[in-house]
Design a protein around this ligand. Structure first.
Ligand SMILES: [Zn+2]
Ligand SMILES: [Zn+2]
Length: 283
């Protein structure tokens, strides 16, 4: 399993990316669902300070302190630097838990910072925040997960594989390849629809889609489906689109909407999934 997600607009949102044991947002109910898996989490990335995205943090920090599990594992909490609601909440949590039995690191982030997740040999992945448009005065981020990959240098592109093999033998693999960064996951956070240049070439895009009917939206703080479809159509290289933060008002019509959106995105090469507002989504 790669993703485990619960998300219902206004109530709770959390996104677990299992390969890196990273949690994006910590809405209420998370510890109950994850149980002992709360120990597996190494990093938390908060998108913003609205209660439906942070209310489960206090519980999670406590559960890790008291339940059975490996207490030596540290927990790093990454959040938008200067976000007053998050800072106040973290102060409160720390005040209420003066004797934590594991190392908790607070890591305020600025746009463009790189948070390394794991490095094993040449395998490197990091998370980078970018700014998104949500409510006024609320510093809100989306996040990209990047992977460093290598590709054959252009000058070797036309060579037959036998010759490439002999060059590798002579000069080593590094000499014939260039490194590049591949966006493997993008999390939108709560936001107005992201522009194509932000989401293009992200292999898996998790985009908020609070409104499945455009006219249900009163303020331009969230995305509606027509804008998400529009920006995805103008982008390229998105293999999977996971729509989350869907309003509970659409609960009985998720299947219908899934079929409509699938049709709308036919021919784009993007496979679409909807996170049902009442169920834990797994992929
Ligand atoms: Zn929200
Ligand atoms: Zn919000």
């Amino acid at each position: 399993m790669e993703f485990q997600i619960f998300s219902k607009a206004l109530y709770s949102t959390w996104i677990l990316y299992r390969p890196e044991r990273v949690l994006f947002d910590v809405g209420e109910g998370i510890s109950t669902v994850l149980g002992n898996s709360v120990y597996a989490i190494k990093d938390i990335f908060l998108t913003h300070g609205h209660v439906d995205h942070i209310s489960g943090l206090w519980g999670l920090i406590n559960t890790r302190n008291t339940a059975m599990g490996d207490r030596n594992k540290q927990l790093r909490i990454n959040f938008p630097s200067g976000n007053r609601a998050i800072e106040a909440y973290l102060d409160f949590i720390i005040g209420m838990n003066p004797r934590l039995r594991y190392n908790m690191i607070l890591n305020p982030l600025n746009v463009g910072d790189e948070v390394y997740l794991r490095t094993a040999g040449s395998f490197r992945r990091h998370v980078t925040p970018f700014k998104v448009k949500h409510t006024i005065g609320e510093i809100s981020y989306g996040y990209h997960v990047y992977e460093e990959r290598r590709k054959l240098k252009d000058i070797y592109g036309g060579l037959p594989s036998k010759e490439i093999a002999s060059v590798v033998k002579e000069k080593g693999r590094e000499a014939i390849t260039d490194t590049y960064l591949q966006k493997i996951v993008t999390i939108s956070g709560d936001t107005f629809a992201l522009p194509p240049e932000v989401i293009s070439n992200s292999e898996t895009l998790l985009h908020e889609c609070t409104f499945l009917v455009g006219k249900d939206r009163r303020n331009q703080n969230h995305s509606s489906i027509d804008e998400v479809i529009c920006t995805v159509r103008q982008s390229s290289g998105i293999k999977r689109l996971i729509l989350y933060h869907i309003s509970g008002r659409y609960t009985s019509k998720i299947k219908k909407w899934h079929n409509i959106i699938k049709k709308e995105l036919e021919g784009t090469g993007t496979e679409v999934f909807l996170v049902h507002p009442e169920h834990v989504f797994e992929l």
